[in-house]
Design a protein around this ligand. Structure first.
Ligand code: C5P
Length: 215
């Protein structure tokens, strides 16, 4: 057995964006780099945990000792999470899952038009689904550009989470597509924990320490 405060623990972590196909050559996505989720996976392994990492398309090296499950779309991420969730006792949904996906994907490359409308439909909320029948410690992320605390606490209770990690993505210095982040952590009972700007790898360790206090 590996040494560390998470020895014997099994994590399921999601990371990165998803891609929602419009036609064979086009997709909708977002600015997530996957760095925060990969940092959490690396930190958990270094502290003795077994880690399953479900990753959207990212340009990052696979962290050593982590089992990676690559996915593309929100639907694929949903299927992958559902098939692996029973193996984990700690689940961290760090992925920036697309909230909308095209109603249909065109079979052929769409020709240019003066104006184009693409009908979108909502994707499944994976985290909310996990919260309905909670079997593991469940942590989510909330990326906001305003009212960070209010929206984060709302997600904590609405999705039945044990922890929500909120980051302000309005600035250019932290959050999406950055080496750095700054987060506030909320749990149902404990006081809020504010972690100042730091590398995502250092923040990952501090987030894991907060998780350790709450399991
Ligand atoms: O509601 P919102 O999308 O802001 O919530 C963010 C949290 O929910 C993140 O942990 C994200 O991974 C998760 N999420 C999800 N499935 C979705 C959308 C978000 O699991 N379709």
């Amino acid at each position: 057995k590996k040494k560390g405060d998470f020895s014997g623990r099994k994590f399921l972590i999601t990371a990165g964006p998803t891609r929602e196909a419009i036609d064979p050559v086009r997709y909708l996505t977002n600015r997530s780099s996957g760095r925060m989720g990969y940092a959490l996976a690396a930190a958990a392994v270094a502290r003795g945990a077994e880690v399953l990492l479900i990753s959207g398309p990212v340009a990052l090296e696979r962290p050593r000792g982590v089992e990676v499950y690559p996915v593309q779309s929100a639907e694929e991420m949903y299927q992958s999470v559902m098939s692996l969730k029973d193996k984990a006792d700690i689940i961290i949904m760090c992925a920036a899952v697309a909230d909308y996906t095209p109603v249909t994907c065109a079979e052929h490359k769409m020709k240019k038009q003066e104006r184009l409308r693409i009908d979108l439909t909502r994707t499944k909320d994976i985290l909310a689904e996990l919260g309905k029948d909670k079997q593991a410690f469940l942590a989510g992320f909330a990326a906001e550009t305003q009212n960070l605390e209010g929206y984060a606490k709302d997600k904590l209770s609405r999705k039945n989470l044990d922890m929500i990690i909120a980051n302000d993505v309005s600035g250019p210095e932290t959050g999406f597509d950055s080496e750095y982040n700054a987060v506030s952590i909320y749990t149902e009972k404990g006081a809020a924990v504010h972690l100042e700007k730091d590398t995502k790898r250092n923040l990952a360790d501090r987030i894991l320490t907060e998780i350790a206090k709450n399991i």
